[in-house]
Design a protein around this ligand. Structure first.
Ligand code: NAP
Ligand code: F7E
Length: 365
């Protein structure tokens, strides 16, 4: 089935689930820069949850700068099949990127059913909505599934597309179900559905409970004298860490291929959690060993010890080569989090001064 040709009358349209997350924000930025009409699904929350994409909002009454696309947000949830069907029908997308997930591995042990619902069943519901829409409308919808290196679990490193999956958490089991559901619609119905098996990727926008960001946030606050130490779990786990901004480019490239397929996306370099912490602390002139404490609460019932990706296929077929090294990534995150700590301290000090002035004033009254 031909992919629709973009025209000025109808710029290419993408639907992103999980647009408010780390990857969703970088992907939305990339697609808007390419002139896409970007639609995102946002969960209703009692607090604002769009801080990662607020800078992409453009007043619909104002003209767009040449070549840039527009972002439109819709309330929804991937566990709600009805909304997914309605949105796919109304938006009529050329490309769908499924990034929504309860994505925290340790939390998935506490909330396995909730995790399966968003990660596995949510994906199946979205695939069904796309399959129906494509059948009725006759236009091809290209689909990207956010698969994960966690699916390899206990399989020895290095891992590539031929490595057997040995999942070790409810999160990984859910991702594996979603992965095979995506492969199945490709094989059974000819859908243009691809899976990116992405190894860990981080950024200054990474959620603060993932280990790299937890470390760089602590580095910023310790550097500014607002915190003494950081409590961590297993320091010996090894991960292949890349920059999220590089990885969303690979997602887009997968959907531009004539044939849908699955690709490992990774840097091919590995550090232990301890080594990443040493690197991050040293960039701020600090010694990691002086500030890291152990807390068994951060251990997992089953750990994934050793992940190292072989992305040869993505390099040769997609021409994807991530430019950012783990040293540059750590630098970017540490600089960002020192600046964030500076802002926090300024606010805290201003607050203290205000309270002092107020209590001084009331004391005199
Ligand atoms: P993230 O920052 O945790 O973002 C997850 C996104 O999913 C958020 O926008 C979240 O919305 C949304 N979401 C969660 N449950 C949902 C539901 N039921 N309905 C609709 N939206 C829901 O994750 P990320 O790091 O950007 O990762 C993006 C995707 O890639 C995820 O599927 C993740 O599992 C997968 N992945 C990530 C990595 C990595 O290293 N980052 C590696 C491999 C695969 P709220 O903002 O409202 O919470
Ligand atoms: O843990 C260890 C922990 O939570 C990395 C998700 O994006 O990548 C991510 O999953 C390692 C683990 O990421 C703490 O035990 C030690 O070995 O940053 P993380 P993750 O579990 O690898 C994959 C590819 C995904 O798909 C996921 O969505 O660090 N670790 N101490 C700790 N981890 C955390 N979170 N907190 C600690 O205090």
């Amino acid at each position: 089935m031909p992919n629709p040709v973009p025209s000025p009358a109808r710029p290419r349209r993408a639907l992103i689930t999980g647009i408010t997350g780390q990857d969703g924000s970088y992907l939305a930025e990339l697609l808007i820069g390419k002139g896409y009409d970007v639609h995102g699904i946002v969960r209703r929350a009692s607090n604002f949850n769009t801080h990662r994409i607020d800078h992409l909002y453009h007043d619909p009454h104002e003209p767009l700068a040449g070549g840039r696309g527009r972002m439109t947000l819709h309330h929804g949830d991937v566990t709600d099949a009805n909304i997914l069907e309605r949105l796919v029908r109304a938006i009529d997308p050329d490309e769908v990127y499924n990034l929504a997930a309860q994505s925290h591995v340790r939390v998935s042990f506490e909330m396995p059913i909730h995790t399966y619902e968003s990660v596995a069943i949510g994906t199946c519901k979205l695939l069904e909505a796309i399959r129906d829409h494509q059948q009725v409308g006759g236009r091809q919808v290209r689909f990207y599934q956010a698969s994960s290196s966690e699916m390899y679990g206990a399989s020895p490193a290095p891992q590539n597309e031929a490595t057997p999956f040995r999942p070790r958490s409810p999160y990984a089991i859910g991702k594996l179900a979603a992965h095979w559901a995506t492969v199945n619609v490709r094989e059974a119905y000819g859908l243009h559905a691809s899976c990116g098996i992405l190894f860990n990727h981080e950024s200054p926008r990474r959620g603060e409970t993932f280990v790299t960001r937890k470390i760089t946030r602590a580095v910023g606050r310790i550097r500014l004298g607002m915190q003494d130490c950081v409590y961590l779990g297993n320091l010996d786990a090894r991960r292949d860490w890349g920059f999220a901004g590089d990885y969303v480019e690979a997602m887009w490239l997968m959907l531009q291929q004539e044939r849908a397929d699955d690709y490992v996306i990774a840097t091919g370099r590995q550090l232990s959690v301890r080594e990443f912490a040493e690197l991050a602390f040293s960039l701020a002139g600090l010694n990691a060993a002086d500030h890291i404490r152990h807390d068994a609460r951060y251990l997992r019932p089953a750990e994934v010890h050793d992940l190292l990706g072989d992305a040869s296929k993505a390099r040769s077929v997609l021409g994807w080569n991530p430019p950012t090294t783990v040293e540059q990534l750590a630098r970017m995150m540490v600089d960002h989090d020192i600046e964030m700590a500076q802002r926090e301290r300024t606010l805290r000090d201003a607050g203290h001064k205000l309270i002092e002035r107020r209590s001084g004033a009331s004391g005199g009254a």
